[in-house]
Design a protein around this ligand. Sequence first.
Ligand code: PBE
Length: 300
Amino acid sequence: MKLKKMKKLMVLAGLASLFALTACGSATNDNGDASAANGLSGMKHEIIGIDPGAGIMKATEQAISDYELEDWKLIEGSGAAMTAMLDKAIKAEDPIIITGWTPHWMFAKYDLKYLEDPQKTYGEAEEIHTIIRQGLKDDHPTAYEFLDRFEWTSDEMGEIMTAIQEGSDPAEAAKNWVDAHPERVDEWVKDLSPVNGDTFKLSYVAWDSEIASTNVLEYVLESKLGYDVTSLQVEAGPMWTGVASGDVDASAAAWLPLTHADYWAEFGEKLEDLGPNMTGVKTGLVVPAYMEINSIEDLK
Ligand code: PBE
């Protein structure tokens, strides 16, 4: 081999080992403790939360109290910030604990697990309900009947969530799903008389699950039933107050009986609950599968 070529190879090999070293470095945590990656030692005692109005934030404060985790801090942020941190941690194989829920695309993208919740702080048999303002049945019978019929599965919602996560515009992803499932959508709109451009207001919070459902409702109300829909993206509190005050016609983002129990207690009597649009949903603390802990009790 010519000397020049050999030199070049040696430089390359040097670079490669340097690269390997840095890659290795990122698998350790801030304390340089590589073995901590799968357990809790050396990990900052932080639970990565979402928007402060979310029910899961309240449930997590409750979990901190129920499981006596006083040295853990719940960090506020947003659904998007939480998934960005999750992605970063998983790429580095760092430990991370997030507030998570199903349906969510993150369970399809990453290998994750819920921490067991023996005290049932996050409840059982949670559902997503559609709530509407009082008087909607008389004012908008077509929309009322559609919303009353609307129910679907987490797999169906998952198809839209994944498309959005992979870069589709939410409205486009909802349209594609509706157009691809005519029999399904027909169950919701069959024999309903379309209106002629009546305005209709939905409200939702920017949780990935609710972005998917609200875009489906908007597209069906507009393309199949003739409404002119505005979907207001708000915080959880205003979402409930909007429907209770009648400023908003409906929301498909009420998590009951536990996640939004406080909102229900405050506003339930001033609105109408159309029942579940999805059953078998769940909230809790979620970690990457490579972490060695299995229960919220292990955080103590
Ligand atoms: N979530 C998703 C919401 C309901 C939908 C679980 C983040 C919450 O905690 O309020």
